[in-house]
Structure formats: structure tokens, C-alpha cells
Design a protein around this ligand. Structure first.
Ligand code: ADP
Ligand code: MG
Length: 438
């Protein structure tokens, strides 16, 4: 069977021949099968949007072939291309791209008018999508009256107008909070698993790849690798129709999945303060894998301590060790969500406090002067702030050497400098681990 979408030696340039020329797709060859849930994954600027525009015929490529069901869309006239875009592909944009002067239902009906449906028929069809996306109460509202999550659902409904077999989504979760993002992911997944539509999305956030079957990793206009994943079991059962027993099982699964997500989120807020959002999502993803037994303890520990660019959570080794040990105790005791919340509430500062105490000992090193309890307290606070990057190295040194009456730690400047240097070695060391390529 030939692929639904096939790219052959596709190159795309912007401003070709000019000084500011960009080679945004470099000899791209790929295939996407019918029914796939595929994603292009890579950092900002690597060419993901360019890729979607090439596949959907929004932009013409500089050279190469873009075959959809065996037809080369680069050979189509502008008018033929327009028809292909309106009926063959539904596009969900990151910025929603809704028309502000049209109501929700009119926005959804817009692409239908284009293919010649009467207004009445278009309204009817649009209303069906309104219901499907749970927008009944907003059908006659204007986009500005809706929340971001609701606007995105309108965007999805509009992409479904004319019933396209292929849905393309450009960073569909980019402007959504985590709850709405999860809902949008679920809708995409249903469209794929229940409706059998081919979904192609673009993202730079690893956590949004959870339901994806094929991942095209991208960098600098090149597909660097392709990963194929097994569709998960719950989805498979879903597709098979599902008896009541199965439905119940699925509902239970969904529930425990939900509480797993919550648990992982709590742990991430607990352990990952001061880290970037990307590192936090990577952390959550890794913990989810561990809790669902996809990876073992050693793999978790290793990945937590691996740099972000290499797929890890970017923790320094000691912390990775401690977090993974902590996760094991949760698994061992089969802690449920409530127990985890209790545990975290009982010792809100514990993980960081231990870490800080160790750093303090290291930092004080050969310091022979007296360290009063007050100094210990303020040192710990300072170290905590420094390792979370709440303060810079010079700020840290300044407060370390400021007199106690000014709320400093009151160390003589010379000793403070030595201590700060020792601490920076550790922090810098962890930085090297973050960016081994540099
Ligand atoms: P992504 O979606 O992965 O962030 P894009 O496909 O938007 O990346 O961009 C890929 C490269 O092409 C970037 O270097 C970007 O600056 C450049 N680019 C994108 N669109 C244009 C354009 N219309 N004109 C010139 N350069 C562009
Ligand atoms: Mg983009």
C-alpha cells in the first residue's frame, strides 16, 4: 500500500538567492501512513511550520515532490490547490485564527461556504460540530467572549468542517493551560482512534507526544530520526468497539491515569522549583514512565541526571539519585494520590533542605571561624536561592559578606569569596552537564 503522504527530496528556501536566504527544509524524504498520529518534534525555528505548510499546500516548495494519495500536489494549479486545502485537510492553528466578527457557529461554517454548501446546510453541519466539541452554550457568541480553551475547540471544530481525512495541527497546545491542553490532546486522540483520521501535529514540547504513534525528530530543516511507537492498549480496545466491561475497565484506567498525572505534577512542583517549564515537563514525562513501569529505577535515575538536550531532566547527579530513590519508596508503598499529597505536605522543604545542608558543608570547607545557628539558617536560605537561580553569583557573594545587621551572613569578604567559589564549582559543574555540547 502506498503512503497517504510522501515527500520526495523536498527543499524549501525562503528569500532564495538573497542575502537573508533561509534553507528551511533540506532534502526531506518521508512517508506518513493513513490513520497515523504523527508529530514533527524539534526546537523552535527547525522548520516544523514550514513542513506543515508544504504538506498542506499552503506554501509551494522550492523543489521536490509532495504526494498525497499518490497525487503530486506541487503540480496542481492554484485553484486545484485551494480545493485540496478546503476538503482534503483541516488545519488547526496555534493562534486559533478565528474571525472576530463572526459567531462561533459562523466561524465553524466558514470553510463549508467555500465548497458551495447553502447557508442553511452549512449552519446545520456546523451545529453538529458545535455539539461534538461541547460548545452548545457558545454557538452564537463571538470569539473574544470565549476562553483560550474554548477558542481552541472552535479552531478544532472549524478544522473538521468538510470532513477532511487529514487533520494538521501547528503547536495546537501552545496557548493553552495544562487542563485545556490535555483536553485538546484527548480530542486529537479521539479523532485519530475513533474517527480513524490521520493526525499530523507539530510540537516542541515532549509531553504532548504521549498519544503519538510516529515521531519525526527535526533539527535545522532536516529529519534527524523517526520513531515508531506501539499504539497503547486502551486506545486499541477503544477502536475495537468495547463492551460494557471494557468500557468500565477503560473508565477505571482513565481515572487512574488522571490521578497519576496529578501525582506526577505534584512531585514536579515539589522537586523542580527553579527549573524551566521544559525541564519540568520532561521530569513529569520520565516519572510517568517510571510509575507505569515503562522504565526501571536505574533508567529513571540516569535520565533525570542527563542533560535536557539529550532527553533528560537536567538534574545534577546527586539530586537525580535522591529523587529516583524517593519515587521508588512511593512505588513500593503503592502510595495513592492522597498519600502523596500528605507526604509532600508533611515535609514541604525536605528534599531541598537535605541538598542544601550538604552543599553548605561543602561550601564551608576549611572555614575555621564559628558558624552560629543564625549563620547556618541564613546560609541555607542563600544556597537554596542560589541553586534555584533566584540570585546571581555576584548577588550571592554580596549577601554572604554583608554584615548581619544588614541581614547578610556576616562572613569576612575573603572567606566569603572562597566559599562562593566552592559553591559555584558545584553549580557550574551541573551546568556543564546541562550543555555537554558546549
Ligand atoms: P518552526 O515552526 O520549527 O519554529 P519555521 O518553519 O517557522 O520553524 O521556520 C524555519 C526557518 O525558516 C526559521 O529559520 C525561520 O526563521 C525561517 N522562516 C520561516 N518563515 C519564513 C518566511 N516567511 N520568510 C523567511 N524566513 C522564514
Ligand atoms: Mg512553528
Amino acid at each position: 500500500m502506498s503512503a497517504l503522504i510522501r515527500l520526495e527530496h523536498v527543499d524549501q528556501y525562503y528569500e532564495k538567492g538573497k542575502e537573508n536566504e533561509v534553507h528551511a527544509m533540506k532534502d526531506v524524504n518521508l512517508e506518513i501512513e493513513e490513520g497515523d498520529h504523527a508529530a514533527f518534534f524539534g526546537p523552535s525555528g527547525c522548520g516544523k511550520t514550514t513542513m506543515l505548510y508544504a504538506i498542506s499546500g499552503i506554501d509551494r516548495v522550492t523543489s521536490g515532490k509532495v504526494l498525497v494519495k499518490g497525487h503530486d500536489i506541487t503540480a496542481l494549479s492554484n485553484q486545484e490547490l485551494a480545493i485540496f486545502r478546503q476538503t482534503g485537510i483541516g488545519i488547526i492553528f496555534q493562534q486559533f485564527n478565528l474571525v472576530p466578527s463572526l459567531t462561533v457557529r459562523e466561524n465553524i461554517a466558514l470553510p463549508m461556504a467555500f465548497v458551495g454548501l447553502t447557508k442553511e446546510k452549512a449552519d446545520q453541519e456546523a451545529q453538529k460540530l458545535v455539539v461534538r466539541l461541547g460548545l452548545e452554550d457558545y454557538a452564537t457568541h463571538y470569539p473574544t467572549e470565549l476562553s483560550g480553551g474554548q477558542q481552541q475547540r472552535v479552531g478544532i471544530a472549524r478544522a473538521l468542517a468538510n470532513n477532511p481525512p487529514i487533520i494538521i495541527a501547528d503547536e495546537p497546545l501552545g496557548n493553552l493551560d495544562s487542563v485545556n491542553a490535555k483536553n485538546a490532546l484527548q480530542i486529537l486522540r479521539d479523532l485519530n482512534e475513533k474517527d480513524g483520521r490521520t493526525i499530523i501535529m507539530v510540537t516542541h514540547e515532549a509531553w504532548s507526544l504521549q498519544d503519538v504513534k510516529t515521531i519525526f525528530n527535526m533539527k535545522d530543516g532536516v529529519i534527524t530520526s523517526v520513531e515508531h511507537r506501539k499504539p497503547n492498549d486502551a486506545g486499541f480496545v477503544n477502536k475495537m468497539g468495547g463492551t460494557d466491561d471494557l468500557k468500565e475497565k477503560l473508565a477505571k484506567e482513565a481515572e487512574s491515569k488522571e490521578s497519576l498525572t496529578m501525582m506526577v505534577r505534584i512531585l514536579s512542583n515539589f522537586f523542580m522549583r527553579g527549573h524551566t517549564l521544559q525541564e519540568m515537563s520532561r521530569f513529569e514525562e520520565l516519572l510517568t514512565q517510571r510509575f507505569s513501569r515503562t522504565i526501571d529505577q536505574l533508567q529513571l535515575q540516569k535520565m533525570l541526571g542527563t542533560s535536557f538536550v539529550l532527553g533528560g531532566a537536567g538534574l545534577w547527579k546527586k539530586k537525580a539519585e535522591r529523587v529516583s530513590a524517593y519515587v521508588e519508596t512511593l512505588i513500593e508503598k503503592q502510595k495513592d494520590l492522597d498519600a502523596t499529597i500528605d507526604l509532600v505536605n508533611e515535609n514541604p522543604e525536605l528534599p531541598i533542605a537535605e541538598e542544601v545542608a550538604q552543599l553548605r558543608k561543602w561550601m564551608l570547607g576549611e572555614y575555621v571561624g564559628e558558624v552560629s545557628p543564625y549563620k547556618v539558617e541564613i546560609l541555607d536560605e542563600l544556597i537554596g536561592s542560589r541553586i534555584r537561580h533566584y540570585m546571581t553569583a555576584p548577588e550571592f557573594l554580596r549577601v554572604l559578606s554583608m554584615p548581619a545587621k544588614n541581614f547578610g551572613a556576616g562572613f569576612p569578604l575573603h572567606s566569603a569569596q572562597k566559599m562562593a567559589e566552592r559553591l559555584e564549582i558545584v553549580i557550574e559543574g551541573s551546568h556543564e552537564e546541562y550543555h555537554p555540547a558546549h
